[in-house]
Write a protein that binds this ligand. Structure first.
Ligand code: PEP
Length: 249
């Protein structure tokens, strides 16, 4: 049975005291659930978050990492550094990393390898731009993002991969893919993975949807057969909204 997952990407929001306040709110409100709940605070607050979440059913995860193990990479964070503060999952390939920090599929392939070599689980993000959808090129774009960054992996690696389909035109815009659009793309992604890595891998793979998920639309998106949860941006910053999204399962 593949896992249901709701992950909150806090991006560059919340200083230390705001992080503590939101975590306390989540600890008080997130229910006992079979949904895997994850939150990704900013790097400087990961250690505090890990300590606060010990013994609770919320996993602290990271928003990014560097592909090299150590060295002269000012401002960067390695996989081992994440592990040393209790982090076992990292988001890679977020569209903001791709758009503002020049992260290419080729670079992401290296980050994926570094994360897996360090036994980190990966939430791998990808998705088409608005122009791709308008020109009906979205399936090709998604397929090539998957091929370029993930097709070199071995079947065994996939136990540590979670995919997050995030159409760029739906991120932070208030515009959501319709449940039908999400299901259509998720089914395509699962088929693509199945053809390359086999149906067992594809069946076990959790594929999250991300892009303006809110309490008001989560239920119908999560109801779709191939949608196994969500990667949540804006709505993850309010405990009540994030909890309502978890409860939408
Ligand atoms: C995201 O950044 O991954 C995201 C899905 O953001 P939002 O929910 O705000 O669209």
């Amino acid at each position: 049975m593949r896992r249901k997952i709701v992950a909150g990407n806090w991006k560059m929001n919340n200083d230390l005291s705001e992080t503590e306040a939101l975590l306390n709110d989540l600890i008080a409100h997130v229910p006992e659930t079979d949904v895997n709940v994850m939150v990704a605070p900013t790097f400087v607050n990961l250690f505090q978050a890990f300590n606060m979440l010990k013994g609770h059913n919320i996993e602290v995860i990271a928003q990014n990492m560097h592909q090299e193990a150590k060295g002269a990479y000012t401002g960067e964070i390695s996989a081992n550094m994440l592990k040393s503060v209790g982090v076992h999952t990292v988001i890679l390939g977020h569209s903001e990393r791709r758009a503002y920090f020049g992260e290419t599929d080729e670079l992401l392939a290296k980050k994926v390898d570094a994360a897996l070599a360090n036994d980190l689980q990966i939430v791998f993000c990808f998705g088409e731009e608005l122009e791709d959808r308008k020109s009906e090129n979205h399936f090709n774009v998604v397929e090539s993002q998957l091929k370029n960054a993930l097709f070199h992996l071995a079947v065994a690696d996939w136990k540590n991969i979670i995919l997050a389909y995030e159409p760029v035109w739906a991120i932070g815009t208030g515009e959501t893919a319709s449940p039908k659009q999400a299901q259509e793309m998720h089914a395509f992604i699962r088929k693509t993975i199945s053809e390359k890595f086999g149906s067992d891998t594809a069946t076990e793979l959790s594929i999250l949807y991300g892009g303006s998920v809110k309490p008001a639309n989560a239920t119908e998106i999560f109801a779709k057969e191939d949608v196994d949860g969500g990667l949540i941006g804006g709505a993850a910053l309010k405990a009540a909204d994030f909890t309502a999204i978890i409860n939408a399962f």
